[in-house]
Design a protein around this ligand. Structure first.
Ligand code: CP
Length: 295
């Protein structure tokens, strides 16, 4: 069994083979696991897409899924997360899909419980590797993963594990024309090797792919609350701004969306949007990830 802890733990060949496998799974090729297994979803932060798509993906492969509910578990009586995992592992659960607000926790747990496999479903602002694989697969389907692509990442990049992982994933696949556009308050400290353009209209010029990111209210100091109206005035991706990009641009968003803040409904639901394709693709990508982990 193998872990999937971050994009940086993978390499270009592994990413490529996961994307090929996801493509085969869209055609119903190799849709099963020889060894029927349990996985447990442990989500200590809210989730719709990641948790449900892992459940659907595992079910499609004939696996059994336990949706662990931390709020009704013995962790409420003081049990530590590692003891919870050891308890579930002793019951025969060998793979844990974990989302947690603490950066690096999934890696720490995998070091403590080496006989189980761990999939990082998002840790703090650090990583979201299966979202990145989903995004790369969607770009591959829509555009191909060409080094000529211009990818513009918009929004709350600083607090986004999606952006962190995606920037690594794009670079590993040879896509280096990556432009970050956000007000300084949403810009990460380390932008080395990346283009930074605060002016969104300039950033979008010639874009092939636009990745819009959610403004992460839960990770932002309450003193910044009153900036959302100003932010949406300048940065909300609407049809006027979209017109700066190439005519065949695709618009992505990992979800959940704040309509009217980072993306206008006319764009989210418009002809350039591949947002629901990303959701659909996430099933095939997570099936490929489960096959990788159990191989
Ligand atoms: N993209 C993403 O991780 O969505 P959820 O928070 O709904 O899982």
């Amino acid at each position: 069994m193998r872990n999937l802890l971050s994009i940086d733990h993978l390499d270009k060949d592994i990413i490529s083979s996961l994307l090929v496998k996801a493509g085969e799974l869209t055609k119903n090729i190799d849709v099963s696991l020889d060894n029927k297994q349990y996985i447990a979803n442990l989500f200590y932060e809210n989730s719709t897409r990641t948790r449900v798509s892992f459940e659907v993906a595992a079910n499609q492969l004939g696996m059994k899924v336990i949706n662990f509910d931390a709020l009704s578990s013995s962790e409420q009586k003081g049990e530590e997360i590692l003891d919870t995992l050891k308890t579930l592992h002793a019951m025969g659960i060998h793979c844990f899909v974990v989302r947690h607000s603490k950066e690096g926790l999934v890696r720490e747990l995998s070091n403590e419980l080496k006989t189980a496999a761990f999939i990082n479903a998002g840790d703090g602002t650090a990583c979201h590797p299966t979202q990145t694989l989903t995004d790369l697969f969607t770009i591959l389907q829509e555009k191909s993963l060409s080094s000529k692509l211009r990818v513009v990442i918009l929004g709350d990049i600083k607090h986004s594990r999606v952006a962190n992982s995606l920037i690594s994933g794009l670079s590993m696949m040879g896509i280096n024309d990556i432009c970050l556009s956000a007000p300084s308050v949403f810009m990460p400290e380390n932008t080395s090797g990346l283009q930074v353009e605060e002016n969104i209209n300039k950033a979008l010029d010639g874009a092939d792919v636009i990745v819009t990111l959610r403004v992460q209210k839960e990770r932002i100091k309450s003193t910044l609350d009153n900036m959302f109206a100003e932010y949406s005035k300048l940065y909300c991706l609407d049809e006027n701004k979209l017109a700066k990009a190439k005519s065949d641009v695709i618009v992505m968003h990992p979800g959940p969306m704040n309509r009217g803040i980072e993306i206008a409904s006319s764009v989210a639901d418009g002809k350039h949007s591949v947002i629901l394709k990303q959701v659909r693709n996430s099933i095939f990508v997570r099936m490929a990830v489960l096959k990788y982990v159990f191989s």
